[in-house]
Design a protein around this ligand. Structure first.
Ligand code: ATP
Length: 367
């Protein structure tokens, strides 16, 4: 097990093309499950491949444990890579597939047998050790691929979208298993996905990337509750955070022709100035929809989505559209007038130019 450290790492795929990875500094702690998350093309796979040694960084240093591994071949980095595709050897049995990485090490047969058995028991695949992997369902093939990675007892696992090819219910099961497995093995894990549910549910921390740039690295709940950039705020969460673009007029956030405005709570005012361009954000669960004439702004229901455990409303408020989540027993019909109240302690403000969050963590303790 080992810490992994990237220091000012850049990756260029050629002149005139934006950097695939731009000045990335990131430490993955020993035993940590870190997820690299972001949209397609944000640089997460390139980052993982540089850690593995499958791609050479253009500048910067990568350390695994105490060693700078810049010049080490993948096979000398003591890490195991699990790809999106299972890449099992079809002509070998499950047992021989798992044992394969140990063959090159010339270990005694008893040692190989013991390690294969140990891994197979942990993954609950002892009953298929004699099977041919090509005939197994996707979930079992995935376990065999994991077994082959685990048997080497590497310093770290690197995984690139390993669950993509599985159906939804199997993916949910494998999420639980992988998390449990990483917890019991205690091996450092770097896991690439574009799926925020995987990231939120499995990781100790998430590193969110956009266009090659690390946006934020934090615990799942902090990423959700305290996004540091507009990108993170809108990328994480379903539905995404409501965002309204506008500017400050005194202590008010004002949008469009001035119809939509929100008076900032006193504790938030010191972080913006009059006339500053800002984006206002609030999550759907921090908006209360009630009977017309109640506290808050006047709105009108556009769409109602009953989801069972909650109901999502899209409401039109002063020329803007907001999405709210309510308990399922609250029921309004499309076209009905409602009142829409925003929780003042749950608002977010982002700089209109840089997209950086303006309100520091903890500001709302004084609301
Ligand atoms: P995806 O989920 O689609 O794989 P990603 O976040 O993993 O996306 P990367 O695959 O790391 O993104 O790609 C980052 C950028 O680098 C993209 O613009 C991509 O087109 C570019 N890129 C990646 N590999 C190469 C390559 N071998 N040659 C040229 N450009 C590349």
């Amino acid at each position: 097990m080992a810490q992994i450290n990237l220091q000012n790492v850049n990756k260029s795929f050629g002149p005139g093309v934006p950097l695939a990875v731009n000045d990335l500094t990131l430490t993955i702690e020993d035993g940590e499950f870190l997820v690299l998350l972001g949209p397609s093309g944000c640089g997460k796979t390139t980052t993982l491949r540089m850690i593995a040694g499958l791609e050479r960084q253009t500048t910067g240093d990568i350390r695994i444990g105490e060693r700078v591994v810049n010049d080490l071949r993948p096979g000398d980095r003591d890490i195991a890579f699990v790809f999106q595709f299972y890449a099992l050897y079809p002509h070998l049995s499950v047992r021989d597939n798992i044992a394969f990485p140990l063959k090159a090490q010339n270990l005694p047969t008893e040692e190989v047998n013991r390690r294969v058995m140990d891994v197979a028991e942990r993954l609950r695949i002892t009953h298929i050790l004699k099977s041919n992997p090509g005939r197994l369902p996707g979930g079992e093939q995935q376990r065999v691929a994991l077994g082959r990675a685990m048997v080497r007892q590497p310093q770290a696992f690197l995984m690139d979208e390993p669950l993509t090819n599985l159906d939804a219910s199997l993916r949910a099961d494998m999420r639980v298993e992988l998390k449990h497995l990483q917890h019991t093995l205690g091996t450092t894990m770097v896991y690439v996905t574009h799926d925020q549910i995987e990231a939120m549910s499995m990781s100790h921390r998430i590193a969110v990337m956009d266009r090659g740039v690390l946006q934020q690295v934090d615990t799942p709940l902090n990423i959700y509750r305290h996004p540091q950039t507009l990108f993170v705020a809108t990328f994480i969460g379903s539905p995404p955070m409501n965002i309204v673009h506008g500017r400050m007029v005194g202590a008010r956030f004002v949008a469009g022709d001035g119809q939509f405005w929100v008076e900032l709570p006193p504790a938030a005012r010191q972080y913006t100035q009059h006339d500053k361009r800002v984006s206002f954000g609030i999550r759907a669960e921090d908006i209360t929809v009630g009977a017309p004439g109640g506290a808050g702004m006047a709105g009108n229901v556009v769409v109602r989505e009953p989801l069972g455990d909650e109901t999502v409303y899209v409401v039109s408020v002063a020329g803007k559209t907001l999405t709210a989540k309510t308990p399922p027993r609250i029921r309004f019909n499309p076209g009905e007038n409602v009142s829409v109240k925003l929780d003042p302690a749950a608002i977010h403000l982002f700089d209109g130019d840089s997209g950086r969050a303006l309100l520091p963590e903890g500001w709302s303790k004084h609301v």
